[in-house]
Design a protein around this ligand. Structure first.
Ligand code: CP
Ligand code: NVA
Length: 308
């Protein structure tokens, strides 16, 4: 069963194949048929369940549109409206849904929900974000970097701010795609050491540098994310802001990266907090390409899951 649960749990050749197919799918829709991968009928007769236990704009719309563009049908389900949110087990939900649909995408809190869904479903399951990881986002990010700058292998990526779920999937991608990653942020918000170790064991360099200016030296890509994620307690907001303020991405910080460094953010962003509007809307920013590429990357992921 081709579940797409995490980047480090998916083989490197499958990941590379997904990125390459995503580019072909994108080119085909843009009317550039060279090597195009025609996807208009790929999901004909298929139904995809999209389950959300947290809010979403990009994941929700890009999966929904992706299924429709491939000739399939999707249903967006809110966890709280399902029996899942009222005591039915995840295992039973997985077994029931598998009798109706061909593919399940779930955005949830604890990753144990995702894993239980995958264990009991008899159709492929895709991780649409958990408290711990966000693999679909980083597949779109790798695709976006390569569109602008060529192969990401050997490049220096700097993550600044909170070592959160998106940062975790960047560490997984560093291991699988062979790029170096420097984390800069307060010690209290370091990424999980298990994931740092995983990337280092794969032979890539993972540095932790508390000084953001030093961290971005030689960076090909600077990435950040919100300071308060959906799973973080709102009561931690002020404490987090105080710790993270010096890690804001602004003109001064980007001046210390390589002159052609790119800026990425998975969005939604909080302008004036983790990043300034000057950077968001400036020439180094590829944030809206990232958002668009969620569509193409996830179409390739769904095709890989279903082997079509
Ligand atoms: N980047 C991302 O996953 O956005 P949404 O929360 O809007 O889905
Ligand atoms: N780290 C953020 C990502 C949102 C796409 C969150 O989990 O809220």
């Amino acid at each position: 069963m081709n579940h797409f649960l995490d980047i480090h749990k998916t083989k490197p050749d499958a990941l590379r194949n997904i990125i390459d197919n995503a580019r072909l799918i994108k080119n085909a829709r843009a009317g550039r048929p060279k090597g195009a991968l025609d996807d208009e009928q790929a999901l004909t007769g298929h139904v995809v369940a999209l389950i959300f236990e947290k809010p979403s704009t990009r994941t929700r719309v890009s999966f929904d549109v992706g299924v429709r563009q491939m000739g399939g049908q999707s249903m967006v389900l809110s966890g709280s409206d399902m029996q899942l949110g009222h005591g039915e087990t995840i295992a039973d939900t997985a077994r029931v849904l598998s009798r109706f649909v061909d593919l399940i995408m779930i955005r949830t809190f604890d990753e144990s929900v995702l894993h239980e869904m995958a264990e009991f479903a008899t159709v492929p399951v895709i991780n649409g974000l958990t408290d711990r990881t966000h693999p679909c986002q980083i597949m779109a990010d790798v695709m976006t970097f390569e569109e602008h700058r060529g192969p990401i292998a050997g490049k220096k990526v700097v993550w600044t701010g909170d070592g959160n779920n998106v940062c975790a999937s960047f560490l997984h991608a560093a291991a699988q795609f062979g790029f170096d990653l420097t984390f800069t942020g307060p010690v209290q918000l370091d990424p999980e050491m298990e994931f740092v170790g995983l990337a280092r064991n794969a032979g890539v360099s993972v540095q932790i540098e508390r000084d953001p200016i030093k961290a971005v030296d030689g960076a090909d890509l600077v990435v950040t994310d919100t300071w308060v994620s959906m799973h973080d307690a709102q009561s931690s907001r002020e404490r987090r802001h105080n710790m993270l303020r010096q890690y804001q991405v602004n003109d001064e910080l980007m001046r210390h990266a390589k002159p052609d460094a790119l800026f990425m953010h998975c969005l939604p962003a909080h302008r004036g907090e983790e990043v300034t509007s000057e950077i968001m809307d400036g020439p180094k920013s590829v944030i809206f390409d990232e958002a668009e590429n969620r569509l193409h990357a996830q179409k390739a992921i769904m095709r890989w899951c279903l082997d079509i």
